[in-house]
Design a binder for this molecule. Structure first.
Ligand code: NAD
Length: 258
């Protein structure tokens, strides 16, 4: 059912590693044209791109630090120059930035967390909107915006992660407004909300902490990036999800059930 993703132009923010990279590779394997993005090119960029080309896809890297509105708009413009339009935007760039308990949150930290997790998704979606609309009109299939939420957006986040959790909840919520006002443009808006996924995001945790977290997950372990990627394929595919919008798909091993 994912056959309709061949040739689709898919821009994935923050995709040089982790969930974004696994998702880029999954789209490339289905013959999509994939834009991967990070603040700077990873050392293994050439082999990453070769791998995606060998797997039937087409891939290009776009360097951009997405913490400002201008760079987000530039990223979308660069992707469109390269591929001629956008069918699917995945707002994946995000992260904790750091952990600060309430008394330690200052304006710089507030701005940094919200710029990365909220402003980047808002600005990229804003810039992509006309292209997504055109793509839907010319293809006769819906286009898709998929943002990466989080279990923290449901629960409030762990120690020192209040701003991060709130930013993800903001994303969960703003999609509802976009559904109300942009479905008529042929665009669907859905969220993939991971639980605890084994990426650099958890690099600060030692084995004891990882065991403790795993014991609170019904599946008894962290998820893998490649176990999250298929959720994006599903939402991106018009054949699979053409009548699905405004939804949150939780991929969390049963750790949280809304
Ligand atoms: P990761 O640290 O492995 O990847 C983060 C990606 O974002 C990297 O490709 C990095 O280059 C990019 N990035 C960071 N800052 C950027 C910036 N300013 N501009 C452009 N790119 C930037 O983390 P991940 O776990 O793969 O996270 C991917 C998404 O999933 C994030 O939105 C994260 O909040 C979310 N998430 C992760 C987990 C988890 O447990 N790993 C859980 C819930 C949600």
């Amino acid at each position: 059912m994912f056959n309709d993703l061949a040739g689709k132009r898919v821009l994935i923010t923050g995709s040089t590693m982790g969930i974004g990279l696994a998702t880029a590779q999954a789209f490339a394997a289905l013959g999509a044209k994939v834009g991967i993005n990070g603040r700077r090119a990873p050392e293994n960029l050439a082999s990453l791109l070769d791998g995606m080309h060998a797997a039937d896809g087409e891939a290009a890297f776009f360097a951009a630090d997405l913490s400002s509105r201008e760079t987000c708009h530039q990223l979308v413009a660069d992707f469109v120059t390269r591929f001629g339009g956008i069918d699917v935007l995945i707002n994946n760039a995000g992260g904790l930035v750091g952990r600060k308990p309430l008394p330690e949150i200052d304006d710089d930290f507030f701005d940094a967390v919200n710029d990365l997790n909220m402003r980047s998704a808002l600005a990229c979606t804003q810039a992509a909107l006309p292209y997504l609309k055109t793509a839907a009109q010319t293809s006769g299939q819906t286009s898709a915006v998929i943002s990466v939420g989080s279990i923290a957006g449901h629960t409030g986040g762990g120690p020192g992660a209040a701003l991060y959790g709130a930013a993800k909840a903001w994303l969960h919520n703003i999609h509802k407004n976009w559904v109300d006002y942009h479905t008529a443009d042929g665009i669907r808006f859905n969220i993939v909300s991971p639980g605890v996924v084994d990426t650099a995001f958890h690099a600060d945790k030692n084995e004891e902490v990882r065991q403790r977290i795993s014991s609170g997950i019904p599946m008894g372990r962290f998820g893998k990036p490649e176990e999250v990627a298929p959720a994006f394929l599903f939402f991106a595919s018009h054949a699979c999800a053409g009548y699905i919008t405004g939804q949150i798909l939780d991929v969390n091993g049963g750790q949280f059930m809304p």
